[in-house]
Write a new protein. Structure first.
Length: 443
């Protein structure tokens, strides 16, 4: 009888969990080690007073096909997990409360959804609508030879100013967690292509109806346990013990544990440290160390009374707030989550000043905003790698020079034919986890 190998997965974020689910699905025996008390990594639930919120507000979209596949594997009911909304970017001026741009896409097949959406917007003149459709289509579909910044790329085509400033640039910052002046045009073009040159529902917004821990990590955990896998939380892998060709064991506190295969699903910085003393992998460590990281700040504001927005997710312009989400969708109708991506002046402010500034911006946009009673600021310093031009050169692939060691995580490059990789996203993490598991099975 063929004995299936014993596989260790280090890291219980979405990438490690996706790898574990894929291996369990194929009847492999896995043990997953997670250093913290809970699963989910950067996309996990947190406690605030007696409430359950997320480590940071997350948004998923219909283009997250790997996520939907993984949820399908673990028999999750996605219609219950998400509020699926047709794509609408309602961008508000946070200083005067006026609508700066409003783009709603109907559910027609692509590219008709974009065509009708642009024609129906009241944010552009007829002339600008025609210019936009012609030029945006060209921008979207003309290959970029040498990677440049998104700002330089947008300069190559004269788009209506309002569309660029009030929509495309904020979307770039949100999607790539990188300011357009520093962001990779190739990566942004690829994200736009995967979203817009695709079935209409790929542009839908999927807003979780529960905390992130319940969207994937806890369901994945049940699936793994039901399939004979083991999950060990509060277990920090300190060292990968190796010879010239293999990792033969893991050091966890005073224990040395042997495994046939290892999947390293830790964040980039941890992976670099674990690999730096292994001669066959030190080049990977050096490569990862060239990556730089961007923060994401989430400010939860709790109000005295329930609060609602004109749309469950609003874009905010010309202030500190960038995106505001109703937490009513996930059960807290008195809380809003305000997200600010990447470096910026907001990081120099105290929580009190930031909260007051954002409260004022919100009160410009929302009529009769209730009184603020509490706030919580979470700044994830290493939320995402900076997605700058040619960043993929600094991203390691799944395989290493050691036969039984593979890597996954949102920072791992998994594309073929030099296609641009996804930025730091849940979808990128899940795709890399599944691919890494499949590659382990193949080996
Ligand atoms: C505030 C914020 C907002 C975001 N918003 C979005 C969004 O709207 N949409 C989107 O798609 N993406 C978003 N992201 C990005 C997304 O959360 C990440 O891309 C994804 O969670 C990365 O998953 P991962 O498994 O690759 O890494 P991680 O989540 O970092 O998982 C790695 C795991 O390894 C564990 N670990 C570390 N060291 C060890 C060790 N020595 N031994 C054992 N375990 C260890 C960690 O505790 C962690 O659980 C956001 C991220 C943040 C922080």
């Amino acid at each position: 009888m063929l004995v299936k190998k014993n596989i260790a997965i280090i890291g219980g974020g979405w990438a490690g969990l996706a790898a574990a689910v894929e291996l369990c699905k194929n009847n492999y025996k896995i043990t997953l080690f997670e250093s913290s008390p809970q699963l989910g990594g950067r996309a996990r639930a947190i406690k605030w007073n007696n409430l359950t919120l997320d480590n940071g507000q997350h948004l998923m979209i219909g283009a997250y096909q790997q996520m939907l596949d993984c949820l399908n594997t673990i028999q999750a009911d996605t219609s219950q997990l998400f509020k699926q909304l047709p794509h609408r970017m309602l961008m508000m001026d946070s200083q005067n409360g006026e609508v700066a741009f409003d783009l709603q896409l109907p559910t027609y097949p692509a590219p008709l959804h974009l065509l009708f959406g642009v024609f129906n917007t009241s944010s552009l003149s007829l002339k600008d609508k025609i210019i936009l459709l012609l030029r945006f289509n060209k921008l979207l579909n003309t290959p970029i030879k040498n990677d440049i910044s998104v700002s330089e790329w947008l300069n190559t085509v004269k788009l209506p100013k309002s569309y660029r400033l009030n929509l495309l640039e904020p979307v770039c910052l949100a999607a790539l967690t990188t300011h357009p002046q520093q962001a990779s045009a190739k990566a942004f073009q690829s994200v736009l292509q995967q979203t817009f040159n695709a079935p209409a529902d790929f542009t839908d917004l999927l807003i979780p109806t529960t905390d992130l821990g319940k969207v994937f990590p806890s369901l994945a955990e049940s699936y793994i346990l039901q399939h004979g896998g083991e999950i060990k939380t509060r277990c920090k892998v300190q060292k990968l013990l190796h010879d010239k060709t293999h990792i033969h064991s893991l050091q966890i506190d005073n224990d040395i544990l042997n495994f046939d295969h290892i999947i390293l699903a830790t964040p980039a910085g941890v992976s670099a440290k674990l690999l730096q003393d292994i001669p066959a992998c030190s080049h990977i460590s050096e490569q990862i160390n060239k990556l730089t990281f961007e923060p994401v700040s989430t400010l939860y504001i709790q109000f005295k009374d329930p609060v609602s927005l004109p749309y469950p997710m609003l874009g905010m312009l010309n202030g500190l707030s960038e995106w505001v989400f109703e937490r009513a969708t996930s059960g807290h109708n008195d809380i809003l989550a305000v997200v600010i991506s990447a470096q910026g002046n907001h990081l120099k402010l105290s929580q009190e000043t930031l909260t007051n500034t954002i409260y004022n911006e919100l009160s410009n946009v929302i009529k009769d905003l209730p009184e603020l009673i509490n706030s919580k600021l979470i700044i994830e310093k290493h939320a995402a790698f900076q997605c700058h031009p040619d960043v993929d050169k600094n991203r390691p692939g799944i395989d290493t020079n050691l036969k039984n060691l593979k890597i996954c995580g949102d920072y791992v490059y998994i594309e073929e034919n030099n296609q641009p990789g996804l930025p730091s996203t849940l979808e990128g993490a899940l795709r890399s986890g599944v691919k890494c598991a499949q590659s382990t099975i193949k080996d």
